[in-house]
Design a protein around this ligand. Structure first.
Ligand code: NAD
Length: 288
């Protein structure tokens, strides 16, 4: 496994910098911090001693996360923003600096899906998903990097997906956004090492969160099935959060979550054509 896939690869270390071993008193921004993976990651970061800036469109969810962080005894600010909106994201940066003065960790997590064949999706669906899943991550990187550069050590975590590794029928635009996030993240990791900024790409498999409820489905029966499948087979979001904490401390290149993510990764690398054929067969079966 270690030849195919190395979680411990320390690029920042290779460039002469140190890994961020101690998270105490660091300031972390988490987009989509009001639910699921973002909520668990924000709480895990607070447990490690970080102060938090939560960013979400969902004020109620954000408030719940903030209350848990306050109980841990860390400072937390809440920012109601749409990650797809450049001006909102600039306002987020300004508010975070005003409130916390520094930023050491940015977790670009907010995301949604549109489920349905590409020909069923409207232009508005496609713009919606790319706005949140891709532009949200681009803004989060581009606008925070100048502040991350000011710190001795800092880290970006971009939440991708196993759909950032393999083609995923009925999630074509989601897959497009996640392949792009992977490309951006892996490139930034190389470019930003000189500033001692680590970058980790996170590839979760199926995680039990609100995502199947929050996403757009072209077929309501499939949404019902998807919700049941996430309930039955989903891994807890805390398992993602724990791996993210380790990844920041080890400056991991990327992390996979769940056996399905490892299987997809190995299949795609070792048998790229066969793996696409297997996916095509599964798609045909599901559609018949
Ligand atoms: N759950 C999974 O199985 C899974 C698998 C792979 C990748 N992911 C990725 O994990 C990330 C988090 O998803 P989750 O599963 O925790 O979902 P979730 O629905 O539980 O949480 C997503 C959060 O993002 C927020 N959000 C949505 N649109 C926003 C916007 N425009 N601006 C600001 N905030 C917004 C929501 O309000 C919510 O709080 C996403 O990027 C998703 O693609 C999830």
């Amino acid at each position: 496994m270690s030849i195919l896939y190395s979680e411990k690869q320390s690029f920042r270390g290779e460039m002469g910098g140190e890994n961020m071993k101690n998270l105490i008193n660091k300031v972390a921004v988490v987009t989509g911090g009001g639910s699921g993976i973002g909520k668990s990651t924000a709480i895990a970061l607070a447990n490690e001693g970080c102060d938090l800036a939560l960013a979400d469109i969902n004020e109620e969810g954000m408030k719940e996360t903030a209350e848990e962080i306050e109980k841990i005894g860390r400072k937390v600010s809440q920012h109601k923003i749409n990650v797809a909106d450049k001006l909102d994201m600039q306002r987020l940066v300004d508010e975070v600096i005003e409130s916390h003065e520094h930023v050491h960790i940015v977790v670009n997590n907010a995301g949604i899906t549109v489920s349905g064949d590409f020909i069923e999706q409207t232009m508005e669906d496609i713009e919606w998903i790319l706005g949140i899943n891709l532009w949200g991550v681009i803004y989060g990187c581009k606008l925070f990097i100048p502040y991350l550069q000011k710190e001795e050590e800092s880290h970006i975590v971009n939440i991708c997906s196993s759909s950032g590794i393999m083609p995923t029928p009925r999630l074509s635009t989601y897959t497009t956004s996640k392949f792009a996030v992977r490309g951006l993240s892996e490139t930034l990791r190389i470019e930003l090492a000189q500033f001692n900024i680590g970058v980790t790409t996170v590839h979760p498999g199926v995680i039990k969160t609100n995502i199947p409820h929050a996403s757009r489905f072209k077929d309501m029966e499939r949404q019902k099935q998807s919700i049941e499948m996430f309930e039955k087979r989903g891994h807890p979001p805390e398992s993602v959060a724990n791996k993210i904490i380790k990844a920041i401390k080890n400056n991991s290149h990327r992390i996979l979550i769940g056996p399905e993510a490892y299987i997809i990764d190995i299949l795609k690398r070792v048998f790229p054509v066969l793996s696409d054929k297997l996916i095509a067969m599964a798609y045909k079966k599901a559609m018949s």
